[in-house]
Ligand binder design. Structure first.
Ligand code: FES
Ligand SMILES: [Fe+2]
Length: 399
């Protein structure tokens, strides 16, 4: 393939790739990872209109709790206001576009701009603007508000206030996860970092179990082996696979696995469902914990990875053992990521090579096929055999 393919040709390639049947599916064309024009298109068509995970509801439990996060090209404040309402709004001052807040924390007072001290209530209303003339009416000025939705305890934000709600398109996934009671899981730790890869390479890497035996030979594979992983049928808003556990083995810490949740069937306790909620939230769910990442492109070969682990309320030991367990969990997930980082970075680098070509996919990579079809739908409209799928979306949205 040509390293610098014009955008219309690249979009055609994406469509061709997505229209391949499952039984003849191929990997993503390399320019889809490396083209700056393609990234701009993704930011406009996908990230300006889709639900992005920004954390968990227990992180915004108290009035004033806030986090600044980037969605597409926008910096967004997510906060719990004085009435306990969860809100998302622009982090850009309505005066001369300075950023209002940074990082995360708790706001004791109002939001105050560091540039000329305009102040805003936690609902985004401007309440103070020093040295302004009498003909300036503060009431006409409010930070733009974005859509917020909670699903199984995760908080998602959409820059598009008109966007269809998230829950209907994940409805079947919620049914499948029901017994895990993920909404009751509590935040354990968060990490915010930048990986040297394309956001789609990382999404696909997280969502395929084919590489576990080769890349995670001594970490994941002994507990969650490739041979026990099977891709399940996805839906309009997600792809999914079910990972079987080797009985009694945990890879996250030294001792045997322990199921804290009596509601789970034997099969559920011995499985780890992994799902990718399109476009950029990838999650592994077990009886004891979740391990998830929310991805945001910063460049064709840079992705911000906001990731963390949450635990079932009865999964953790108490007292001194608790701290040791948290450290063990952190260390094991950092170790797994350290195995994935060089692989995903190398693929991003190779995507610019003139000899790079997409190869055939394994059935254990069917999640990648589904992700590619999602991408093509978002950028080019319904696919050739989409009648059933479109009906599925319509049905889900009506519910
Ligand atoms: S840019 Fe915020 S007060 Fe001037
Ligand atoms: Fe991996």
């Amino acid at each position: 393939m040509t390293p610098n393919m014009p955008l219309p040709d690249l979009i055609d390639a994406v469509r061709r790739n997505a229209n391949l049947p499952d039984s003849r599916s191929e990997a993503t064309p390399p320019q889809v990872y490396s083209s700056p024009e393609f990234l701009e298109l993704e930011l406009t068509e996908i990230f300006n209109h889709e639900w992005i995970c920004v954390g968990r509801s227990d992180e915004f439990a108290n009035p004033g709790d806030y986090r600044v996060t980037r969605i597409g090209r926008d910096d967004v404040i997510v906060l719990c206001d004085r009435d306990g309402v969860l809100r998302a709004m622009s982090n850009i001052c309505r005066h001369r576009m300075m950023s209002l807040l940074e990082g995360e924390g708790n706001l004791a007072g109002k939001i105050s701009c560091p540039y000329h001290a305009w102040t805003y209530n936690l609902d985004g209303q401007l309440t103070g603007a020093p040295h302004m003339p009498d003909n300036f009416d503060k009431r006409t000025c409010r930070l733009p508000q974005f859509a917020v939705e909670e699903w199984l305890g995760w908080i998602y934000v959409n820059l598009d206030q008109q966007a269809a709600p998230l829950a209907p398109r994940l409805a079947h996934l919620a049914e499948l996860l029901a017994n895990y009671d993920v909404a009751s899981y509590r935040t354990l730790f968060r990490v915010n970092e930048v990986w040297d890869t394309n956001w789609k390479i990382l999404f696909q890497n997280f969502m395929e179990p084919y590489h576990l035996f080769a890349v995670h030979t001594n970490t994941v594979e002994p507990a969650l082996p490739t041979r026990l992983a099977f891709v399940l049928e996805g839906g309009p808003g997600y792809c999914l696979y079910k990972q079987g556990r080797v009985a009694g083995v945990a890879y996250e810490y030294g001792e045997a696995m322990h199921n804290p949740n009596p509601a789970l069937t034997q099969d559920e306790a011995n499985s780890v469902p992994l799902f990718g909620a399109f476009p950029a939230h990838v999650v592994s769910v077990s009886a004891e914990r979740t391990f998830w990442m929310s991805l945001m492109p910063e460049a064709v070969d840079k992705v911000r990875v906001f990731w963390g682990v949450d635990v079932h309320p009865d999964a953790m030991p108490q007292g001194a053992e608790r701290e040791a367990r948290i450290e063990a969990l952190k260390a094991s997930f950092h170790a797994i990521n350290a195995e994935d980082k060089p692989i995903t970075a190398t693929i991003a680098r190779n995507a610019t090579a003139q000899a790079a070509e997409p190869g055939r996919l394994s059935p254990k990579e069917k999640t990648i096929w589904e992700f590619q079809r999602y991408l093509a739908r978002m950028l080019t409209g319904p696919l050739e055999d989409d009648t059933g799928q479109r009906a599925g979306i319509a049905q889900a949205e009506q519910r």
